[in-house]
Design a protein around this ligand. Structure first.
Ligand SMILES: Cc1cc2nc3c(=O)[nH]c(=O)nc-3n(C[C@H](O)[C@H](O)[C@H](O)COP(=O)(O)O)c2cc1C
Ligand SMILES: [Mn+2]
Length: 510
């Protein structure tokens, strides 16, 4: 085939091509990534030989956050070649996320792009730090891309699409980026990403972890005596709505699609499902409508986010009654433990603002997408003890304390987003004794393979700020080599920046 269509088959209308987000669909975003040179197209891959998975490992090993998004045009799954595009590594780099939030990425300056992105997200919050909200627009389903094709009952065969089995250890094929939409009379709608094992032609798992809003909705329904709960699974929605549905930003009773509208600065277009009263984004690639049964069945195992194989568990499951989709839908797959986790950026922005109220000398907060249980904070330190003070405040703040195992504090001249500078600060400024605070056991997310008991973890604050004499540090730190150069020959860097493009005439391809 070799061609991926961007147009709506029903209306024949080509999607208006934008040069930056916020995007109305995942396709608009991918089209921009291609324009920016951040997409690689692969004509064929055999996933029965785990070619795509091995490629993702190799791609991230070789290129890290410089690695592009991947679009596989034709893929072999369970003995059959599918002309259905599969996309992966959809967010890899702050430049990609910046495009989604309508922020122009800074040229070859990751730290600057991150700062601009965080600033944009912070500007969307009000003075009380409430998340922004714009009510979705309910539109007529007739022209909705997600309703180009409609199937029901016996016509539905989920195996017509190349759902990916990521790893030989996985329990089967998974819908790995689907957003489950549920409703509750008092709380309103909820949208959340949960993996869904494909269990039969019209049956999927619904892996709602205890504590998640979807799980709470199921428990509320059970208390009302309801054995089944109407649900929709929307696979392939616009980037901001997807990020909101997967990053624990919206509280219980706050509709993710309304908050997505707030961040987008314009309403999200929703259409009503065919068989129930739920609403899903009109631009969705594939919509599955049906009932989630309020009972548990075996699910998994599944290679988890932290890169370790999970256990077989018990989860809810869904009987699919209606499937609607685009003419040639795209399958958006996620490879947990291989892809980096960029969904945490809005979380960092929101909690930076909250923490700034109690820690005015906080300069930057950063969770590396490579290791979401680590957080690095830059502070403007002027008194002894401020590094450990910052570490304790961060650990004692529930959103950080629950999700992070290691807190690293650095001085303001060390950019937390530059991991080599952070490790350098640990290798030079840090004195492990006394500038460490081990914490024996405290409340922690169960998503961590090193825990002896769920919800309990030991933790560590590393104060890698320069230690002042009042806290056992040297009387004075010597000048840095770079500091001397900047002082004695201030024009040197200016000169080199001006001539940069003439010095570097070929960027090596890794
Ligand atoms: C790719 C991806 C897969 C996820 N899979 C699951 C899952 O299977 N089960 C789960 O409970 N949470 C999963 N999450 C995390 C939830 O989406 C996240 O906690 C979300 O905030 C839950 O929605 P809620 O805030 O409405 O509870 C996943 C997140 C991502 C990005
Ligand atoms: Mn929610």
């Amino acid at each position: 085939m070799g061609l991926v269509e961007f147009q709506n088959a029903k209306t024949g209308k080509k999607k208006e091509k934008k040069t930056m987000g916020p995007y109305d669909s995942i396709r608009d975003y991918i089209a921009d990534l291609e324009e920016e040179g951040r997409l690689t197209r692969i004509s064929k891959m055999d996933q029965d030989a785990y070619e795509a998975t091995a490629f993702l490992y190799e791609l991230m090993d070789r290129m890290g956050s410089g690695a592009p998004c991947v679009l596989i045009e034709e893929i072999k799954v369970k003995g059959k070649w599918h002309n259905t595009p599969v996309i992966g590594n959809v967010f890899n780099g702050f430049d990609m996320l910046a495009l989604c939030f309508g922020v122009e990425p800074a040229h070859r300056d990751n730290a600057e792009t991150y700062s601009k992105l965080v600033q944009k997200i912070c500007e969307s919050l009000d003075t009380d730090l409430h998340l922004p909200s714009i009510e979705p627009l309910k539109v007529d389903g007739n022209n909705a891309p997600c309703k180009e094709i409609r199937k029901e009952g016996e016509e539905i065969d989920l195996f017509e699409f190349p759902w990916i089995q990521n790893n030989p250890g996985d329990g089967g094929q998974y819908i790995s980026t689907g957003v489950f939409v549920l409703d509750d009379e008092e709380l309103g709608p909820n949208a959340a990403i949960h993996r869904a094992q494909v269990k039969g032609p019209s049956k999927i798992g619904a892996n709602f972890a205890p504590g998640s809003h979807s799980h709470q909705y199921m428990m509320r329904a059970k208390r009302r005596g309801e054995e089944k709960v109407h649900a929709a699974l929307a696979m392939g929605i616009d980037p901001i709505s997807w990020i909101l549905s997967g990053s624990r930003l919206a509280g219980l009773g706050q509709d993710e699609f309304t908050i997505a509208g707030g961040f987008r600065g314009r309403p999200l277009e929703l259409v009503k499902c065919e068989s129930n009263d739920l609403f899903v984004p009109a631009s969705t690639e594939i919509v599955l409508e049906g009932d989630i049964i309020n009972a548990h069945e075996p699910e998994g195992p599944y290679g988890e986010l932290h890169g370790y194989m999970g256990n077989e568990t018990e989860t809810f499951y869904m009987d699919v009654k209606v499937m609607t989709h685009r003419e040639v839908p795209w399958i958006w797959n996620f490879w947990p433990g291989i892809e980096h986790n960029y969904l945490g950026v809005p979380w960092n922005a929101l909690h930076y603002k909250h923490l700034k109220k109690v820690l005015p000398n906080l300069v930057k907060l950063y969770t590396p997408p490579e290791a979401p249980t680590v957080v690095i904070a830059g502070i403007d330190k002027s008194f002894p003890g401020q590094g450990t003070e910052a570490g304790l405040l961060l650990m004692g703040y529930r959103p950080v304390g629950f999700t992070k195992k290691v807190v690293v504090i650095v001085d303001k001249d060390v950019d937390p987003t530059n991991l080599s500078k952070v490790v350098h600060a640990m290798g030079t400024n840090w004195q492990p004794v006394p500038a460490s605070l081990p914490i024996a056991n405290t409340y922690h997310t169960p998503v961590d393979p090193s825990l002896r008991e769920p919800f309990m973890s030991s933790k560590m604050v590393i104060d890698a700020t320069r230690q002042l004499p009042g806290e056992g540090g040297p009387k004075a730190y010597p000048d840095t080599n770079r500091g001397i150069l900047e002082r004695e020959a201030p024009e040197s860097f200016e000169l080199v920046r001006e001539k940069w493009d003439s010095f570097i005439n070929k960027i090596p391809i890794l």
